[in-house]
Design a protein around this ligand. Sequence first.
Ligand SMILES: Nc1ncnc2c1ncn2[C@@H]1O[C@H](COP(=O)(O)OP(=O)(O)OP(=O)(O)O)[C@@H](O)[C@H]1O
Ligand SMILES: Nc1nc2c(ncn2[C@@H]2O[C@H](COP(=O)(O)O)[C@@H](O)[C@H]2O)c(=O)[nH]1
Length: 304
Amino acid sequence: MNPPEVDRVAASRAAVAARQARAAVKRAVTERRLSAVAVLETALGSTESIEATMRVRDLLMAIPGLGPVRIDRVMGTLGIAATKRLSGLGVHQQVRLREYLQRRAPKVAATGDSRLVVLAGPTAVGKGTVSTYIRENFPEVHLSVSATTRAPRPGEVEGVSYYFVSDEEFDRMIEAGEFLEWAVVHNKSRYGTPRTPIDRALAAGTSVLLEIDIQGARQVKAAEPSATLVFLLPPTWDELVRRLIGRGTETPEEQERRLTTAKVELAAQSEFDFRVVNSDVQAAAAEVVELMQIQKATDLPSKE
Ligand SMILES: Nc1ncnc2c1ncn2[C@@H]1O[C@H](COP(=O)(O)OP(=O)(O)OP(=O)(O)O)[C@@H](O)[C@H]1O
Ligand SMILES: Nc1nc2c(ncn2[C@@H]2O[C@H](COP(=O)(O)O)[C@@H](O)[C@H]2O)c(=O)[nH]1
């Protein structure tokens, strides 16, 4: 073969491979192994991805219950041309399509034993310490990384501790529907759970742990009733105060504010599926992981 012919054959093989890869993505959406929203996020996150080359129409065709006539109508309403690919969407089209998919597309089916677990509890009870222990010792668990508008503390790492974002960026993320939940915590900063990494992990059969406040836990339960809520308790109130003051990361005013919230939060513990007392980090982490891994939550003995 001469060089132009070699190029033509290579291009045709690449086109076939891309078509097959797009068909596999569509199948995964139809079979509810992958959420349509996760496909959109991947496409928007990388123009190199196979998802970026998918037509919007094909993504909608993958959603059970949507036929060609309905899809034409929906695309008209969303203001998206019939031939548009995901990578070619304008900002407003992206927002409208994301909102539509969040409302209309079915959630991914739970695969195997993967589950969504929320760890909440009052300030300084040790949520961060227990979660970090789980991240370091149980790599099979996906620990969600939140976005926050608060400033980093010494030693905190961008993308590991949090995504530290400006108020404007947080507004944008809310507007774009990127959060599973978000809340103003301790009447001060905003914190939110990015939705896409969670959808992806659950679709891949990985259990997910969210370390968030109680307002967030309530929102997650409302959005995903199958989520398991775990409340982390201190051995005593005095020990909680000792941990907060001992951590030394807040001013006395901020400590006061957090202890006021803590009293309200402790009163909400009965809303949770399980309670774990954090007397010892390793033991508390093991209990939380047990709740994520063993039988279905409904079959478990109470940890109260
Ligand atoms: N089981 C434990 N025994 C003794 N100290 C602990 C234990 N767990 C955590 N601590 C300590 O308590 C302090 C608060 O812990 P941590 O920062 O993890 O709390 P948190 O619940 O994440 O707080 P916040 O909600 O305010 O972020 C830290 O100094 C930590 O080292
Ligand atoms: N509702 C949410 N709460 C969150 C999230 N990420 C963290 N948090 C909670 O905020 C407080 C304060 O955290 P700190 O790091 O400033 O001490 C604590 O209770 C966290 O659990 C989130 O995404 N959503």
